[in-house]
Design a protein around this ligand. Structure first.
Ligand code: NAD
Ligand code: MLT
Length: 316
C-alpha cells in the first residue's frame, strides 16, 4: 500500500511507515494541479497545514482511504468531501499541545514586558528605559476554550499567581476546577480580564468571536493572545481598538489569511506577531509525525482508526 506525504514531516514518520511495509513517497513541492494528478493510486495522504486537501483533490483520488493531519487543525482538509467519498480524516491532536500552550504563554510574557519592541529598539541603537510593563502575578487571565491547549495554558498561568477564569460551553465545572479555572460567561471575561487567551477551533460560532462588540466591553489595559486560529479575532476591529487606545496590546500567532505579510497590524508597536509558530518545536514536530504515522499504519493494515474525525458519518 502507498502513502503520499505532501508536507514537510519528521523522518521518524517515514521510518514507522516503512517498517510496516508501506511504500512512502515524499513530495512537498506539488502545486494543487500536480497533487490532483499525483494522488491517484495512493491509499493514504499525510499533510500538515501547507497542503490544502480540497474537494477537487479529494475527488480526483481513486484509491484514497485515509487522510492524516500531523497536527490538530483540519481547516485545510475538506472533511465533507472526504466523508462523501468514504475517506477517513484523522488528526494528531495531542502531540503539539504543550508547545502551543508554551508559545501562547511566551507571547503573554513578551507582551507584558514589551520584549520584542525593546529588543528591536536596542538593536537599532535606542536605549529606551521608559518602556513600562506590567506584572502577571495577581492579574486575571480569561482563557477561552479549555481543551488540551487552553487547560495547559490555564495551569501555567495559575502557577505564576494569576487568577484564571475561563469560558467553554462544552466542559464541566469539575473539569475546569481541576485545572484551576473558574467558569464564567464570555461577557464576564470581556469585562474583567487583564489578559485574554484564545484556544478555540475556528468554527462558524467562533468566527470573529473577538470583534468590535467584544472589544468595546473590554478593559483598557487588556492584552489579547491568539495562538489558536486566525479568523477568531476580527483583525480590522482589533486594529481599530488598538489604534484608538481602547485596549493595550495583542499577540498573534495565527491570522485569517496566512501567510500574513501585509496588514496594518504589523505597523503597531503594541502588537506582537509570529508566523504560526505555536507547534514549531523539535519535540512537537516529532510527536505529531510519530502519532500520525502510527495512526496511518494502523488504519491501512488493521482498519482501525485513531482520532478519526468523520468515521461515524461514513456509510459503510
Ligand atoms: P481542543 O479541541 O482540545 O480544545 C478546544 C476547546 O474549545 C474545546 O474544549 C471546545 O469545547 C472549546 N470550544 C469550542 N467552541 C467554543 C466556543 N464557541 N467558545 C468557547 N470554547 C469553545 O483543541 P486544542 O488542541 O486545545 O487546540 C485549541 C486551538 O489551538 C485549535 O484551534 C488548534 O487548531 C489550535 N492550535 C494552534 C497551534 C498553533 O500552532 N498556533 C498549535 C496547536 C493547536
Ligand atoms: C495545528 O493545528 O496543529 C497547529 O496550528 C500547527 C500546525 O498548523 O501545524
Amino acid at each position: 500500500m502507498k502513502v503520499l506525504i505532501s508536507d514537510k514531516l519528521e523522518k521518524q514518520a517515514v521510518d514507522i511507515l516503512q517498517a510496516e511495509g508501506l511504500q512512502v513517497d515524499i513530495n512537498t513541492e506539488l502545486t494543487p494541479e500536480q497533487l490532483k494528478e499525483k494522488i491517484k493510486g495512493y491509499d493514504a495522504l499525510i499533510v500538515r497545514s501547507k497542503t490544502k486537501a480540497t474537494k477537487e483533490i479529494i475527488d480526483a483520488s481513486d484509491n484514497l482511504k485515509v487522510i492524516g493531519r500531523a497536527g490538530v487543525g483540519v481547516d485545510n482538509i475538506d472533511i465533507p468531501a472526504a466523508t462523501a467519498k468514504g475517506i477517513v480524516v484523522m488528526n494528531a491532536p495531542s502531540g503539539n499541545t504543550i508547545s502551543a500552550a508554551e508559545h501562547a504563554f511566551a507571547l503573554m510574557m513578551s507582551l507584558s514586558r514589551n520584549i520584542p519592541y525593546a529588543n528591536s529598539l536596542l538593536k537599532n541603537k535606542k536605549w529606551e528605559k521608559k518602556l513600562l510593563g506590567v506584572e502577571l502575578n495577581g492579574k486575571t487571565i480569561g482563557v477561552i476554550g479549555l481543551g488540551r491547549v487552553g487547560s495547559h495554558m490555564a495551569k501555567m498561568a495559575k502557577g505564576i499567581g494569576m487568577k484564571v477564569i475561563g469560558y467553554d460551553p462544552l466542559i464541566t465545572e469539575d473539569k475546569a476546577s481541576s485545572v484551576g479555572v473558574a467558569l464564567v460567561s464570555l461577557d464576564e471575561i470581556f469585562k474583567t480580564a487583564d489578559f485574554i487567551s484564545l484556544h478555540v477551533p475556528r468554527t462558524p460560532e467562533t468566527k470573529n468571536l473577538i470583534g468590535e462588540d467584544a472589544l468595546n466591553k473590554m478593559k483598557k489595559n487588556v492584552r489579547i493572545i491568539n495562538c489558536a486560529r486566525g479568523g477568531v479575532v476580527d483583525e480590522d476591529a482589533l486594529y481599530k481598538a488598538l489604534k484608538e487606545g481602547k485596549i493595550a496590546g495583542a499577540a498573534l500567532d495565527v491570522f485569517a489569511q496566512e501567510p500574513l505579510l501585509d496588514s496594518p497590524l504589523l505597523e503597531l508597536d503594541n502588537v506582537i506577531v509570529t508566523p504560526h509558530l505555536g507547534a514549531s518545536t523539535q519535540e512537537a514536530q516529532i510527536k505529531v509525525a510519530v502519532d500520525i504515522a502510527n495512526s496511518i499504519a494502523l488504519a491501512l493494515k488493521e482498519g482501525k482508526f485513531n482520532n478519526a474525525l468523520n468515521l461515524s458519518q461514513i456509510k459503510r
